[in-house]
Design a protein around this ligand. Sequence first.
Ligand SMILES: [Zn+2]
Length: 139
Amino acid sequence: METNHNQFTPPIRIVASRRRRRTVAARLRSGVLELLVPDWMPGAERERWAEEMRRRLERRMERARLWGSCTFTMGAIRIATRAASLPEWVIDYLVVHELAHLEHSDHGPAFHELENRYPLTERARGYLMAIDQAAALKA
Ligand SMILES: [Zn+2]
């Protein structure tokens, strides 16, 4: 079974804020998608935003997927050749990420717990995200 990053269905927590007026924000916190909404926003609209933010994060993760993949049955890990130019500590993160998938197929809390044992996980993620965004701007 190939890791399927397309099925990104984290638990969702909706946080209503009185200070927030018009904008909706989302963040991923230990595997939980937190949606920050203004407290006047009706339930149906909150649900709609939750789905929208989930999809945006999913797309972001599909891009991240281009860097590596793993196969459960074989226990094999592949790292994209374009990753060869990355610093070693970032490649290490890619390997850790894929290794964690051998244990957990999803990106749930248990997966992140495992992945975060590599101390440079957050930095490596930021590094890859910056590269992907730069590439998206050029495209
Ligand atoms: Zn993954």
